[in-house]
Design a protein around this ligand. Structure first.
Ligand SMILES: *Cc1c(COP(=O)(O)O)cnc(C)c1O
Length: 397
């Protein structure tokens, strides 16, 4: 008999042969600026922990205290017996922070997109998506059975063309949803959400923004992309985000109208059918909001370091693309070159992973750096020096 699982090893071997398998690095301790990875002490330069909150004393204390008062698990899904006061408080505080009528917290950003998008649109509807949207949006759209259209990355003129085409078929669509990442994680560019929101309004379409990389970074005090553009909530009906990036913990969320939240928690299968956050997670997320509201220095520091890093890298002649945020790609071309650069940097004590085909185009392989507010000035100089030495050694600059 043929082994029915033979494809597992076969496919894995193909990945290894084409050097596209993931070789996991092991972090031995917290995600702090200086950390231990595979036994080496290195400066972390590619985590999503923009503000250093994943190891912030106030978050850690809140998590420990919640374990003592509430235990380590919630005991159930939220609609049955796992809805704790901590979950409710977190949603109240998040809505206040976002200046929205209401917020809802999911287990993760992935669970938010895959659970909510298929409820907002279905058969007979149209989803219009930026061509570079995150995989969790793509999966959410796939689950929806709505028709899909894609517009050119970050291009409102092309979005308008797609909307005009849809208009011709309007009577056949019940609803139209425009969906975009807020900050694109490969290039660090910002979606033109002001123009997108205006077009949505003109064409009677809903607008949904996934601001995973904009929260804690953009807008007043890190409130995110809706605040960055000063948009009103009736133009961006769904502001989605995650606690797993700048907030330093884990968990997805949406903010918008009370009607949106009432609808979303009654409908999203990922919310209804999956256990709620352990108490320390909810408590640490609450503390993260506290820190953002009371310690404005982290977001300011993040931008100060970002500007200094970008300016030094441009000065050396590195190609850092069109980033407008603390995500700075260092584009080197072929995958092999990006891997060499990453290894050279690691050898010097700087940890920044390469991003290669198929995640980006074949000739656009890169090191993706993400700035961290917890770096000292010396750390920044160390990172800049490491890039300069590696760039010269590999003849990139
Ligand atoms: C990271 C990310 C997600 C997933 O968020 P998790 O909370 O980590 O599941 C969704 N969308 C975008 C754009 C992301 O960058």
């Amino acid at each position: 008999m043929r082994d029915p699982t033979g494809f597992l090893a076969e496919e894995y071997q193909q990945l290894v042969a084409s050097a596209t398998d993931w070789k996991l690095r092991v972090l031995e301790g917290p995600s702090a600026p200086w950390c231990e990875i595979d036994g080496h002490r290195v400066l972390m330069f590619c985590s999503n922990n923009y503000l250093g909150l994943s190891n912030h004393p106030r978050l850690k204390e809140a998590a420990v205290a919640a374990v003592k008062t509430h235990g380590v698990g919630s005991g159930s899904v939220r609609p049955i017996a796992g809805n704790m006061d901590l979950h409710m408080e977190l949603e109240r505080r998040l809505a206040k922070f976002k200046r929205a009528e209401a917020s809802l917290v999911y287990q993760s950003g992935f669970a938010t997109n895959s659970g909510l998008i298929p409820q907002l649109v279905g058969e007979g509807d149209l989803v219009i998506s930026d061509e570079l949207n995150h995989g969790s949006i793509i999966d959410g759209v796939r689950l929806s059975r709505a028709e899909r259209a894609v517009y050119r990355h970050g291009d409102p003129v092309d979005l308008e063309r797609v909307l005009a085409t849809a208009e011709e078929h309007r009577p056949s669509y019940r609803r139209i949803l425009i969906i975009t990442d807020g900050v694109f994680s490969m290039d660090g560019d910002i979606a033109p959400l002001d123009r997108i929101a205006e077009l949505g309004h003109q064409h009677g379409a809903m607008v949904y923004v996934d601001d995973a990389h904009g929260e804690g970074v953009l807008g007043e005090g890190g409130r995110g992309i809706v605040s960055h553009f000063g948009l009103s909530r009736d133009r961006v009906q769904v502001e989605m985000g995650t606690f797993s990036k700048a907030f330093g913990v884990v968990g997805g969320h949406i903010s918008g109208s009370k009607e949106l939240v009432d609808f979303a928690y009654n409908r999203s299968r990922t919310w209804l059918l999956s256990g709620s956050h352990p108490p320390p997670v909810a408590a640490a997320c609450l503390a993260a909001i506290d820190v953002l509201e009371t310690e404005g220095e982290h977001v300011r520091r993040l931008w100060d370091l970002t500007r200094r890093f970008k300016s030094a890298m441009r000065g050396f002649g590195f190609d850092i693309g069109k980033s407008e945020t603390p995500i700075t790609p260092v584009i080197v071309g072929e995958s092999r070159r990006a891997k060499e650069l990453s290894e050279h940097l690691f050898g010097q004590g700087l940890f920044a992973l390469p991003i290669v085909y198929p995640m980006v185009a074949k000739d656009k392989a890169r090191i993706r750096t993400i700035m961290n507010a917890a770096l000292t000035d010396d750390d920044l100089q160390f990172a800049i020096g490491a890039f300069e030495r590696a760039g010269r050694a590999l003849h990139l600059i």
